[in-house]
Design a protein around this ligand. Structure first.
Ligand code: CA
Ligand code: CA
Ligand code: CA
Length: 179
């Protein structure tokens, strides 16, 4: 997979993040992305799961603001700045920072899809989740098998975090958080 594909995916991610389309990424965009997903799942923003997801997205924004050295409340990033931070933290440091910011989001989304409450995602929950987030053109059974790296028939938080990272690295073709 070429680095241009990788950059294209990161670019798409931040095009998506720029929810109000003003060409910059800021706190309001992070909040809007969380609301978009909650709406897709029919979850009230004020519910515990709703608050958890919103806080996770704002936490990701805070991470970006911190890396850029700007004020989390009032600052904004250009797409180029966002891409640079994403690129560095997807590719470098063995993905530790990426896992740290993405994990709370994955955990919050699992709360939304985990109908049987076992803390993991089974094939039916996975398909419901993909449909709600609006991931199109993905064979959910095949994607499930690829993400279920230990083959136990369940997707764990860790497997899903690794899958999101692998998508941004260009290793798999399943845009779990939408594209
Ligand atoms: Ca914006
Ligand atoms: Ca489950
Ligand atoms: Ca598994």
């Amino acid at each position: 997979m070429t680095s241009s594909v990788r950059l294209d995916r990161i670019q798409k991610r931040f095009d998506l993040w720029d929810v109000n389309g003003d060409g910059q990424i800021d706190r309001a965009d992070g909040d809007a992305e969380a609301q978009r997903i909650l709406q897709a799942f029919g979850e009230a923003p004020a519910s515990p799961a709703g608050r958890q997801l919103t806080e996770a997205y704002l936490g990701m924004w805070g991470f970006f603001a911190d890396k850029a050295g700007i004020d989390e409340q009032t600052g904004a990033l250009t797409p180029e700045q966002s891409n640079q931070i994403a690129e560095e933290h997807v590719l470098e440091n063995g993905g530790a920072d990426f896992g740290q910011v993405v994990k709370p989001i994955i955990q919050a989304i699992i709360e939304l899809v985990d109908v049987d409450g076992d803390g993991q995602v089974n094939p039916a929950e996975f398909k419901t989740g993909l449909d709600a987030i609006g991931v199109e053109g993905v064979q959910s059974a095949e994607a499930f098998r690829r993400i279920d790296t230990n083959g136990d028939g369940q997707l764990s938080v860790e497997e899903l975090v690794q899958a999101v990272r692998a998508y941004h690295l260009g290793d798999i073709d399943v845009p779990l958080l939408g594209h």
